[in-house]
Design a binder for this molecule. Structure first.
Ligand code: ZN
Ligand code: ZN
Length: 563
């Protein structure tokens, strides 16, 4: 319904003297509610003021319109206050809208009290809204209280609770609840439920669980919709099995830009740059226009594959062919691409000429590249620019300290380290997780909290000893890689991913693939360690770090040491 028609109708009402006629006003209100935009809302409010004594329906309509317009949740709340002051009774439709408004403003615990006082707490519709409300405010416990107190839970109750868990990072809890849901009576998970479940699995990177979820979808006869299929493609890639992503992609009857993008980005982070590019161009052939996301994915592919020419071509085509204005992240990808390839001056020039003001991430990317390529002069120059933007980022200090250390300038290095301590900058601890027989074990660098910690370390020492025969030497001096590089002097040998792999070799004797999920980038030494272990023990090892996947087999990595 266009606003023009609403105005015309209103004008007609006035002309025919019906402007105060309740059914006519009602119709007008509903039309306004169906066209929620900030502009029509002010008109709507003016109209509302003319209603002699608005009833519950009128209030619900105006509250809903303000919630749907996204921009005016506070108006919605003041209409509710007015409603209460006028003694108009709210009903079970009032609260779900109100709760949505409160969730956006991150307030509204009193609404719960109102609901309780007015006796709506046993209404399923209201309860479900409360679960979503608490979930979106980050109060998972309160959401769970409502959920548990419900006598009858419907599909929406389960879905809302699962997504509350997922959205707040409680992935295992989300999956546990999904298992319970499968035993519950009268509910069948639908697409919405499954999207939350898949999102939880993807965040955990838990392949076995993912396979079970996929099997469940097939078995339950849920249609492989575009969103569901796209989520599965993304899930398999995040769980380290991008070949399954391709399978799902081929099975999908309908695909959109997100679907193609999920596949090409998946291939990109697995180091399969050429294939990613092919998918990108096939998408074009299929008549779909790439969006900002697809371009980002493809630039990542070029960056990880060292495909400088292709990267430039795609970057330039954004504007020329697709009419897309490059955003900060696309410039970032280009700096990364040039930096990794060692084209440092070109990268510096690129940043200088950017039409958007480069942020600290861009400068930091460049700094990382300078350090990796041992270009100290440029590194110092970049660091100065970075200092102007934010001087408290720990990574830069670590990086520069390492650059000096690597070049044998220990005094400067000590100075940087000291100034780091003086302003209280700390490093992020590296952590890796691994799933063995459905249990997830987490390891933190240099930490002894795992119950088998001592025997894992002993076993790791033996591995380190044994791969020395095949030519492994700890790369203690060459530790310039990461922006968030881990402490090395003492703990290099016990970086979290090494502990995780040692644990896997200890506890799983068959030749299953070892899958490690890591929070920050893998360092050079661990990378070399993985290669040697994959050859010595004849095992495939997959490490997901912050940026990409490394597949280690027979002594080499899928990234071809370019990461
Ligand atoms: Zn390491
Ligand atoms: Zn690698």
């Amino acid at each position: 319904m266009s606003m023009n028609r609403v105005y015309k109708f209103h004008a007609w009402l006035i002309k025919t003297g019906q402007q105060n006629h309740p059914p006519a006003l009602r119709r007008l209100l509903l039309w306004c509610a169906a066209t929620p935009s900030p502009k029509c809302l002010s008109y709507f409010r003016a109209l509302f003021a003319y209603i002699p004594s608005p009833d519950t329906f009128a209030y619900n309509t105006i509250i809903r319109a303000h919630v749907a317009a996204h921009s005016s949740p506070s108006h919605a709340i003041s209409f509710f206050t007015q409603m209460r002051q006028q003694g108009v009774p709210p009903d079970n439709f009032t609260f779900p809208f109100l709760l949505k408004a409160c969730a956006r403003l991150q307030l509204g615990q009193d609404v719960h009290t109102h609901i309780l006082k007015l006796g709506f707490l046993s209404d399923v519709y209201v309860q479900n809204a409360l679960i979503s409300f608490y979930g979106s405010c980050g109060s998972v416990e309160l959401a769970l209280n409502v959920f548990h107190a419900m006598h009858e839970k419907d599909l929406v109750s389960w879905s809302s609770m699962i997504s509350s868990f997922t959205n707040n990072g409680f992935f295992n809890e989300a999956l546990a609840l999904f298992r319970q849901m499968q035993h519950a009576k009268n509910v069948m998970p639908d697409e919405v439920t499954m999207l939350s479940v898949i999102s939880a699995v993807s965040s955990l990177g838990a392949l076995e669980l993912g396979q079970r979820v996929h099997y469940y979808i097939k078995k339950s006869g849920l249609e492989l919709t575009v969103s569901l299929g796209t989520a599965l493609i993304d899930m398999y890639s995040r769980c380290g099995m991008v070949d399954k992503s391709i399978e799902v992609f081929d099975e999908m009857p309908l695909k959109n830009v997100q679907t193609w993008t999920a596949l090409s980005t998946g291939l990109a982070v697995h180091g399969r740059s050429r294939e990613a590019l092919r998918v990108f161009y096939e998408m074009k052939k299929a008549g779909l226009q790439p969006d900002h996301m697809s371009i980002t994915g493809i630039l990542v592919a070029c960056s990880h594959g060292g495909l400088v020419q292709d990267g430039w071509r795609v970057f330039k085509s954004m504007k020329d062919e697709y009419g897309l204005e490059p955003m900060l992240k696309h410039y970032g990808c280009m700096v990364d691409l040039l930096g990794r390839a060692g084209l440092l001056c070109e990268a510096y020039e690129f940043v200088e000429k950017m039409p958007i003001r480069p942020n600290s991430v861009i400068w930091r990317t460049l700094l990382g590249a300078c350090v990796n390529h041992n270009h100290l002069v440029l590194a110092k120059k970049v660091k100065k620019r970075l200092n102007k933007l934010d001087s408290y980022h720990d990574g830069d200090y670590v990086l520069l300290a390492n650059a000096y250390g690597g070049a044998g300038r220990w005094v400067e290095k000590a100075n940087v380290r000291n100034s780091m301590r003086a302003i209280g900058v700390n490093k992020k601890a590296g952590s890796s997780s691994i799933s063995v027989d459905h249990i997830t074990h987490e390891f933190i660098s240099g930490d002894n909290s795992h119950p088998q910690s001592q025997s894992i370390r002993d076993f790791l020492d033996r591995i380190l000893e044994s791969i020395k025969d095949t030519g492994y030497t700890p790369l203690t001096s060459n530790v310039l890689h990461d922006i968030e590089e881990e402490e090395k002097e003492h703990t290099l040998g016990y970086h979290s991913e090494k502990l995780a792999v040692a644990f896997a070799l200890m506890s799983v004797k068959d030749t299953r693939t070892i899958r490690v999920m890591k929070n920050i980038r893998i360092c050079n030494d661990c990378h070399s360690f993985m290669k040697h272990v994959s050859a010595k023990f004849g095992r495939e090892i997959i490490v997901r770090d912050r940026n990409r996947f490394h597949h280690f087999t027979n002594g080499s990595c899928s990234c071809q040491d370019y990461w």
